[in-house]
Design a protein. Structure first.
Length: 531
């Protein structure tokens, strides 16, 4: 049965910023009984989680939250709000798992729409029914509710021996949330980001229209919404491409003391996608941090490299790659592949380590890190993160810039660095990546936990300011590194214009077409209501 709203109807109808709800409240068709009134727009009192996110640096309480049970519920709300005659209109932010960093899933004074309440069933379909065709059985897909977590999608797909091709490192994010950004991990060099692996979407546009779209059916909406930062519609369902899932994965780590050699070997690995299934890498700011569980292999594997730096501060780099193991027995052919591949690499010998883990455990590896951070009290603290896509020619400069600034002092967190291939990104989507003359770009992710009780009062603001300066320098148009930020909320519309560059006009045109009343996605700050 539909949840009864805890909010008083009168309060709802008096809320001047929600004129559309006024309309709903006064429309005689809806006021047959209290249940009818509440039915179309069941709103609830805000919860603490609707006013915060994982970043914990922006807090904006909404007026109300909505827990839709269907696309039709979402459509009713958006149709009413977008057609309301008066301004300012109430805004609506989709809120998936709330793992945004700077309030992107918040709607200060508006309505937060919790997508987790949408149906989350995962339907796995193997269209040709034979299950043959090796790893890339392109005919298998999963129809999933947009509020499903990727870990839920994985669990269901594995029951059929299948899995999506492209992942995020962390699986407790919703399908709608990552598809609104891009969704990247170590498989993206091979399969592209998650937004390159979607066959179809169901979307409720800002106008309240429910549309099924794909590359061939309403393609403009399909591509707008992918990487669209929640600006054009609410994704309610997604059809995700699947492949055969390996039972196990051989997971390898090799260490470097030279950034140049590290990136050269990463580029070697992404040049052999037929042998390698996953490539990432991270910076090791000091030798001691290697043994910490956040980057340790799962127990009981012994993993304690000693580089003999004897307490001196020296930066190391670690490549992480993985090979899927389809063999049910002892997996000797995978061992052979790993041996051949690592034989071509120039890591600091003998520092290569490997572990065989189940595919599920491999994909879910950041859960281990979450548990570790929770134990250290570093999960529910501010996370001033900085994520940037960097063209290959700028990576050494950006690394030096980071080492001289953000990484110079005390640092709690991880710094991921790994290459991606820009031709795996569909330029029709709304996602922004840099131009890369040679097709190779890197993601630099500075994933920091900043507990003011450890880093000092005001440290979060200082770190954010430092990130702003680094991002301005790295993303500067003309003479800069040519980087583009990922997952960031830009501080002004002028910054957004620079961020989108030549695709800004298209982004604005998409907004005018799919959400002309500018109801959606206020937390991104792209289209301020005063503008
Ligand atoms: P939310 O924070 O709830 O929403 C994010 C944005 O999408 C908001 O603008 C929201 O309005 C919009 N949105 C949400 N759902 C919908 C929908 N159904 N329709 C339309 N718009 C919607 N990203 C990567 O690419 N790779 C990673 O490896 C990775 N690892 C991460 C690890 C951690 C611990 C965290 C906190 C984040 C990580 N991210 C990663 C970033 C993550 O992909 C984004 O923050 C993503 O938006 C989180 O999904 P969510 O469900 O929490 O979205």
């Amino acid at each position: 049965p539909r949840a009864r709203p805890s909010m008083d109807l009168k309060a709802l109808c008096m809320y001047a910023a929600v004129p559309a709800l006024l309309l709903l409240c006064s429309a005689s068709t809806f006021i047959q009984s209290p249940t009818d009134v509440y039915g179309p727009v069941a709103l609830h009192e805000p919860t603490p989680s609707s006013a915060r996110d994982f970043g914990a640096v922006v807090f904006g309480a909404p007026f109300a939250i909505m827990r839709p049970e269907s696309a039709a519920d979402v459509a009713l709300l958006l149709a009413a709000l977008s057609s309301a005659p008066t301004r300012p209109r109430a805004t609506v932010a989709a809120h998936g798992a709330g793992h945004s960093l700077q309030g992107q899933a918040q709607a200060r004074g508006g309505i937060v729409l919790e997508t987790r309440s949408l149906p989350r069933a995962v339907a796995v379909v193997v269209a040709d029914g034979d299950g043959e065709g090796g790893e890339n059985t392109a005919r298998a897909y999963a129809d999933v509710g947009a509020g499903a977590l990727w870990v839920e999608v994985l669990e269901e797909c594995l029951k059929a021996g299948l899995a999506p091709l492209s992942w995020t490192d962390y699986l407790y994010l919703t399908v709608g949330g990552t598809l609104s950004n891009a969704g990247i991990s170590g498989q993206a060099f091979k399969h592209g980001p998650q937004i390159s692996n979607v066959l179809q979407l169901q979307v409720v546009t800002g106008n309240g229209e429910v549309v099924t779209c794909s590359p061939t059916e309403s393609p403009d909406l399909f591509f707008a919404v992918l990487g669209g930062l929640g600006q054009f519609g609410i994704i309610t369902r997604a059809r995700i491409l699947l492949q055969h899932a390996p039972p196990k994965v051989r997971w390898v780590r090799a260490f470097y003391d030279s950034f140049e050699t590290f990136t050269k070997d990463q580029e070697f690995l992404i040049s052999i996608p037929e042998q390698v299934d996953y490539v990432e890498g991270f910076m090791v700011l000091n030798e001691h941090s290697i043994a910490s569980s956040s980057i340790a292999f799962p127990a009981p594997i012994s993993f304690n490299p000693d580089f003999g730096s004897h307490g001196k501060r020296k930066v190391y780099y670690c490549i992480e790659f993985a090979v899927h193991d389809f063999q049910e027995d002892d997996g000797s052919s995978v061992d052979h592949v790993v041996e051949l591949v690592s034989g071509e690499m120039s890591y600091v010998r003998p520092h290569v380590y490997s572990a065989e883990v189940s595919y599920f455990d491999f994909l879910n590896r950041v859960r281990m890190e979450e548990e570790s951070l929770r134990r250290q009290g570093l999960w529910d603290v501010p996370h001033p993160w900085l994520n940037m896509f960097v063209p290959r020619h700028g990576i050494a400069r950006l690394k030096d810039l980071l080492v001289d600034t953000v990484l110079a002092g005390h640092f709690d967190g991880a710094i991921l660095v790994y290459p991606l291939l820009s031709d795996k990104w569909d330029r029709n989507t709304s996602a922004v990546v840099p131009s890369t003359p040679d097709g190779v770009m890197y993601i630099f992710s500075v994933l920091r936990s900043a507990d003011p009780s450890r880093c000092g009062p005001g440290c979060v603001e200082e770190i954010l300011e430092q990130h702003r300066r680094v991002a301005d320098e790295a993303c500067r148009v003309g003479g800069g590194i040519g980087a583009k930020q990922y997952l960031a909320r830009q501080p002004s519309q002028a910054h957004w214009r620079d961020h989108f560059g030549s695709s800004w006009d298209r982004f604005v045109a998409r907004k005018a077409r799919f959400d002309p009343a500018r109801v959606l996605g206020p937390g991104q700050g792209i289209f301020p209501s005063t503008d």
